[in-house]
Design a protein around this ligand. Structure first.
Ligand code: FAD
Length: 418
């Protein structure tokens, strides 16, 4: 188990990825956007018992607690984090067995993955084993544990549709519990776990922030035993020259998803796994393949982001009626269960006058990705403040143009961004 203490008392603003020299990482070392200050203590437990007791101890001592996975949905402030950062060091995936099912001769299979498993390692395992259901989520950075916190989704799939149950440590009751898929109350980039962290969108809750009340220990998935899967997204269908709903080999779907993601700069920079604080977080073979497969790996300045920085807004009919006729609009369900209309955050940003590559000023260290309007990127040497300033300019511009306030998707630690 890695357990390091630092003296994160410096008030100097740290630069991206610098070593504190104090035995603990900077949050810049642990996050894909590569910003964030030093931490007081970093623990990487390798057993469930050690993981749970590290969480229990931090709570008992009333210390701020950040359970971190791949740091791909986190924007951490430049100031020191005076608390404990815990990263699950367990990486096992166990196939529980197949049973006959409505899926006919292919059957289905249950798989338990520990929270610390790298998400894309899990996808590779499933695709290579001939288990379909998560291939559309190829290349999403992060871990299995966090995947159910925000119900990751991409290219027509959401993790929610494969989850049977989540084993978690309930910080309030002090016990390990099993949460069924119903208990998880999955929604668009949301779950019962994420709900414990916010009182309103982007407004942290008093008790459980930046780590939810339930710390995920493992997830049980149910996938289909099949080498083929459904092409569930228009862009992929177009790449294959087939209709949405057509069936293709899951290995092909994975390849196509990775290509589309690479072209949009929506893959993390896999070279980060060579850094001392990330070593061992992802299977070495998959790191090498990810570097090889990424066509845009040279475009460093587009690679350090949190992925989509803003959620697609789900509006009520009154708000949606004010959008221009050509704004994308899809039926959706709002968090209170009422009917809503989802629009595209990328479209709003673009049509509010913020083009790909936009920066507040010529020499700014932060800017929109030159490949994707929705990604705010650290273009080298950015601080968290640089990213927040850019985010605020975009929020204000979109609100002034369309009357819609964009809500950030990443968990914002040590700063305010609403
Ligand atoms: C290039 C890029 C592309 C992306 N594309 C997508 C995409 O297509 N679709 C999508 O949905 N997301 C996408 N994301 C966002 C991100 O990858 C996901 O949100 C991912 O699930 C975050 O996982 P993580 O392990 O990095 O979480 P972290 O960023 O480390 O943590 C995020 C939150 O989860 C909590 N958490 C972490 N581990 C646990 C645990 N074991 N138990 C309880 N809480 C925990 C943390 O405390 C924190 O609140 C992208 C990000 C990047 C950088």
């Amino acid at each position: 188990m890695r357990d390091s203490f630092g003296s994160a008392n410096s008030s100097a603003v740290p630069r991206s990825g610098t070593d504190t020299g104090a035995g603990t990482p900077m949050l810049a070392d642990l996050t894909t956007i590569a910003v964030g200050g030093p931490v007081d203590r970093f623990i990487e437990p390798e057993t469930e018992e050690a993981f749970v007791s590290a969480v229990r101890d931090a709570d008992a001592a009333k210390l701020p607690l950040l359970t971190i996975g791949g740091g791909s949905n986190l924007l951490a402030g430049d100031e020191p984090f005076h608390g404990v950062v815990i990263r699950d060091g367990r990486r096992s995936i166990v196939v529980c067995g197949a049973k006959s099912s409505k899926f006919g001769e292919n059957g289905d299979v249950e798989i338990v993955a520990e929270a610390g498993v790298n998400w894309d390692d899990f996808v590779v395992f499933c695709v290579e084993s001939g288990f379909s259901g998560v291939e559309g989520l190829s290349g999403v950075p992060g871990t299995v544990g966090a995947s159910v916190v925000q119900n990751i989704g991409a290219y027509g799939q959401e993790v929610a549709s494969t989850v049977v149950s989540v084993c978690a440590f309930d910080r309030e009751a002090g016990v390990i519990c099993e949460l069924s898929r119903d208990d998880m109350r999955f929604g668009y980039r949301n779950s019962a776990l994420k709900s414990t962290m916010y009182k309103d969108p982007a407004m942290p809750a008093d008790h459980y922030f930046p780590t939810p009340r339930y710390v995920v220990l493992s997830v049980t998935f149910r996938l289909h035993r099949s080498d083929c899967g459904e092409v569930a997204f228009g862009q992929l269908a177009k790449a294959f020259g087939v209709d949405v709903g057509a069936t293709m080999p899951i290995a092909e779907i994975r390849r196509a998803v990775l290509q589309v993601r690479a072209a949009k700069g929506m893959l993390e920079d896999a070279r980060r796994y060579a850094s001392p604080w990330m070593l061992g977080c992802k299977d070495d073979r998959n790191v090498a393949q990810a570097i090889d497969a990424d066509m845009t790996a040279d475009a460093d300045y587009d690679r350090h982001s949190c992925g989509s920085f803003f959620m697609n807004p789900i509006l009520d009919e009154h708000q949606a009626a004010k959008l221009p006729a050509d704004a994308p609009q899809f039926d959706a369900v709002r968090s209170d269960g009422s009917r809503g209309i989802k629009t595209s955050a990328a479209w709003l940003i673009d049509h509010a006058g913020f083009a790909k590559g936009y920066k507040i000023r010529e020499n700014a260290h932060a800017g929109l990705s030159s490949l994707h309007t929705l990604a705010l990127t650290n273009r080298g040497g950015a601080t968290a403040d640089d990213i927040v300033q850019l985010a605020q300019v975009i929020q204000e511009g979109v609100e002034a143009t369309f009357g819609v306030r964009l809500v950030p998707e990443p968990v914002v630690v040590g700063m305010t961004l609403q």
